[in-house]
Design a protein around this ligand. Structure first.
Ligand code: SF4
Ligand code: SF4
Length: 350
C-alpha cells in the first residue's frame, strides 16, 4: 500500500496540474450548503466542507440526462434515426467525495452494471471517473454509517482516501487509477507505510467513536417479505409523510428514473430524469390503474426496497449507507433509523 504526504501549501498547485488530464468535480459552497459540482477553471474543491446537501450521485447519473436524439429534417445527417450523442470520455476525478457516498456508488453499481444488463450511460461515466475520497474526522449527529457496512474511513469504491492532518493531507493510494491521479498532480512525497497505516487506524477509531447514531439490521434477513409487508406499523410510519420525494432525491443510493420524449418542431430528444417512488405518478399505468395508489403503499415500498428487497436480492447489506441526509431533510421528521429498528425487531403476533 502506498501513502503520499501532501503539504497543503502544494495542494492547489497539484490540483491545477491535474486539470491537464482530468475534468474535476468536488464540493463547492452554494447558497444553501455544499454541492458536489464540476470545478470550473480556478475553482478548487472546498476541502473544509463537512457534508453536502446532495451526494455525488448526479456526476454519474445526472438529474436530467439526454439518452437519444433524432430529427425528422431530411436535410440533416442521420435523420429519422434515434441515436446517442457523442459523449466526453476524457478522464475525470471527483475530489473530496465522502466514503459513504463512494460506497453508495458501489451499491448502485449492483443494479446498473450486471451480467444481464449494463446501463451504458452510468457505466461509461463510472469507468472514466477516479474517486478521491476525503475521510470524515468528525462525523456529524446524523451519521450512522458504521452500522451500514461503511464508516468515516471506509475505502470501498475509492481510488484514493485522503486524511486531513491540518497542515497536510495523507493520501492512501488504493488503486491504479488512484496512482495515475496522484502522478498527474505531481504529488510524490512517499510516506512511511507502517507509520501512515498506524495513523490512519488511530484517526479511523477516533472518528468512529464520534458516531452516536446506530441501527440494528441483524434480523431483517430472517423475516419474510410478507411478514414485513403486512406488519401493522406502516400506517403510523406513513401518517405524516407528504410524499415530497426529498428523501429519495438526496439519497446517494436511490436510482429510480422516468423516461420522457420531448419534441420541438422536427427535433426530438429522449431524456431520463430522476423520479421517486414517493410520487403517485411513478407507478400509475397508462390504463389509469395504480398499484401503489395510497401514501402508505409508497412509504412502505421505499423502506421495504432499501431494507428488505435489496438486502435479500444482493446479499450486500441494506440499500443505505447511513449518510443521514434523508433524516436531516425530511420536513416531517420521518427517520429511517427508527423505521429500520421497528422492522428489525418486529415479531408477528399469532
Ligand atoms: S422526505 Fe419525508 S415527507 Fe418527503 S417523501 Fe420522504 S418521508 Fe415523506
Ligand atoms: S436512506 Fe437516507 S441515510 Fe440511507 S443512504 Fe439514503 S439518504 Fe442516506
Amino acid at each position: 500500500m502506498k501513502f503520499i504526504t501532501i503539504d497543503k501549501k502544494d495542494w492547489a498547485k497539484g490540483i491545477e496540474k491535474s486539470r491537464e488530464t482530468y475534468r474535476l468535480f468536488g464540493p463547492v459552497k452554494d447558497k444553501n450548503g455544499f454541492l458536489i459540482k464540476r470545478l470550473e477553471q480556478d475553482i478548487l474543491p472546498d476541502m473544509e466542507y463537512h457534508d453536502s446537501i446532495m451526494s455525488a450521485k448526479s456526476i454519474l447519473f445526472p438529474q436530467t440526462e439526454k439518452m437519444l436524439s433524432t430529427t425528422l429534417d431530411d436535410s440533416k445527417k442521420d435523420h429519422h434515426i434515434m441515436k446517442r450523442d457523442q459523449i466526453d470520455t476524457t478522464p475525470r476525478a471527483i475530489i473530496g467525495i465522502r466514503p459513504y457516498d463512494a460506497k453508495a456508488i458501489q451499491l448502485v453499481k449492483l443494479n446498473f452494471d450486471t451480467d444481464d444488463y449494463r446501463d451504458p450511460y452510468w457505466c461509461d461515466a463510472y469507468e472514466v471517473t477516479t474517486f478521491v475520497g476525503l475521510a470524515i474526522n468528525k462525523p456529524g449527529p446524523f451519521d450512522f454509517s458504521t452500522s451500514t457496512g461503511t464508516g468515516p474511513f471506509c475505502e470501498e469504491g475509492l481510488d484514493i482516501l485522503l486524511a486531513d492532518l491540518d497542515d497536510q493531507f495523507l493520501a492512501k493510494v488504493l488503486t491504479e487509477k488512484g496512482e495515475t491521479f496522484i502522478s498527474a498532480c505531481g504529488f510524490d512525497t512517499i510516506g512511511d507505510e507502517k507509520e501512515s497505516s498506524a495513523l490512519f487506524d488511530v484517526l479511523r477509531k477516533e472518528a468512529e467513536k464520534n458516531i452516536v447514531s446506530h441501527i440494528e439490521t441483524n434480523k431483517l434477513k430472517e423475516k419474510t417479505i410478507l411478514e414485513l409487508h403486512e406488519a401493522p406499523f406502516w400506517d403510523d410510519i406513513a401518517f405524516s409523510c407528504i410524499n415530497c420525494g426529498t428523501c429519495t432525491y438526496v439519497c446517494p443510493t436511490c436510482w429510480c428514473f422516468d423516461i420522457q420524449d420531448e419534441v420541438k418542431q422536427k427535433d426530438s430528444v429522449r431524456l431520463r430524469i430522476w423520479d421517486t417512488c414517493m410520487s403517485s405518478l411513478f407507478t400509475r399505468h397508462a390504463t389509469g390503474h395504480n398499484p401503489r395508489e395510497t401514501k402508505v403503499q409508497r412509504v412502505r415500498q421505499r423502506f421495504m426496497h432499501k431494507l428488505k428487497y435489496f438486502f435479500d436480492k444482493y446479499d450486500q447489506g441494506i440499500m443505505c449507507v447511513g449518510c443521514g441526509r434523508c433524516v436531516k431533510s425530511c420536513p416531517v421528521n420521518i427517520d429511517i433509523r427508527e423505521v429500520c429498528n421497528i422492522m428489525n425487531s418486529y415479531e408477528k403476533q399469532d
